[in-house]
Design a protein around this ligand. Structure first.
Ligand code: ATR
Length: 279
């Protein structure tokens, strides 16, 4: 009788356009691991039952994406990162116990380490645009890396203020009108809003006040080079994009499910980038 191979999946709704199967499939091939990674489109009405019975569906774990990150958190034993952020994106079965973590923040820091390995030496102030789920993960991770002032700028001010309550006074809620002044001191600016995403309005920010050694990140990856990143590159600033973050946030899940910590490489980035261009 054939042994069952370990399998994982991405659970979302809708989820058909997820890039995760390609990303994990690349590593499974590269490391010749006899495993599988599938897409599971699960309706909100049945997601609790699905997550609670991952093993019954043949899975050793899963990635969880919109709109199920809260359910994943609620139905599992979250680690410290998931608890701090209040949402989980990675699940795994540990001796029958369903555990969870949130890898978005570490994924973002991984992309920053790649873009500018010594960024911790220069970044005291960071400006984060947006205060949604992705922003929370990034703000938490940056504070954990020792960034002193994390200015959070959001259309709905209450969400930035709530983040200060969650993470402490290192979070500085700010208004869009403050951005030009904040950029004078900031060595890092991150767009976590959906502005600039394909089909959304552009993000209109003048990068002129930023110092020449500043970094600009955009976590949007369709398109891969947003108008914001194009403007930053034209100014000669260091940039990091959403695909780099996506690749790095996937590392921990792969390690938990398949037992090997995979490496993010330039070649893999190029394969994934070509796929984004092809649609
Ligand atoms: P994610 O999980 O990707 O972070 P999200 O939680 O829906 O997604 O957050 C989206 C972010 O984009 C929010 O900060 C949102 O601002 P609000 O909190 O005010 O809604 C921001 N955003 C979306 N559309 C925007 C727009 N047209 N102008 C400014 N901010 C916008």
């Amino acid at each position: 009788m054939a042994l069952k191979v370990p399998a994982s999946c991405v659970i979302g709704f809708p989820v058909k356009h997820s890039r995760s199967p390609k990303l994990h499939g690349y590593w499974l091939d590269k490391y010749r691991i006899d495993g599988a990674y599938r897409v599971e489109e699960v309706q909100p009405a049945t997601v609790d039952a699905f997550i609670s019975n991952l093993a019954g569906h043949g899975y050793v774990g899963a990635n969880v994406t919109m709109p199920h990150k809260d359910a994943a958190f609620r139905l599992s034993q979250p680690d410290e990162k998931a608890r701090a952020i209040g949402a989980a994106n990675t699940l795994w079965l540990d001796d029958g116990v369903l555990r969870s973590t949130n890898t978005d923040g570490d994924g973002y820091v991984g992309s920053l380490d790649l873009a500018k390995p010594a960024w911790r030496d220069t970044v005291d102030d960071a400006v984060i645009l947006g205060a949604g789920g992705a922003s929370r993960s990034i703000v938490y991770a940056l504070l954990g890396c020792g960034v002193t002032n994390v200015h959070v700028v959001n259309r709905t001010a209450a969400k930035a203020i709530a983040m200060r309550e969650m993470f402490g006074n290192g979070v500085k809620p700010a208004a869009w009108d403050d951005v030009p002044d904040l950029l004078k001191r900031a060595k890092l600016m991150v767009n976590t809003t959906s502005l600039g995403m394909h089909g959304e309005p552009p993000l209109e920010i003048d990068l002129a006040p930023l110092a020449d050694d500043a970094i600009v990140s955009d976590i949007v990856y369709v398109p891969l080079q947003t108008p914001l990143l194009a403007a930053a590159a034209a100014r000669g600033l260091t940039t990091s994009d959403g695909l780099e973050m996506l690749l790095h946030q996937a590392v921990r899940g792969f390690e938990l499910w398949f037992g090997l910590r995979p490496e993010v490489t330039r070649e893999q980035y190029d394969v994934m980038a070509a796929d984004l261009v092809d649609g």
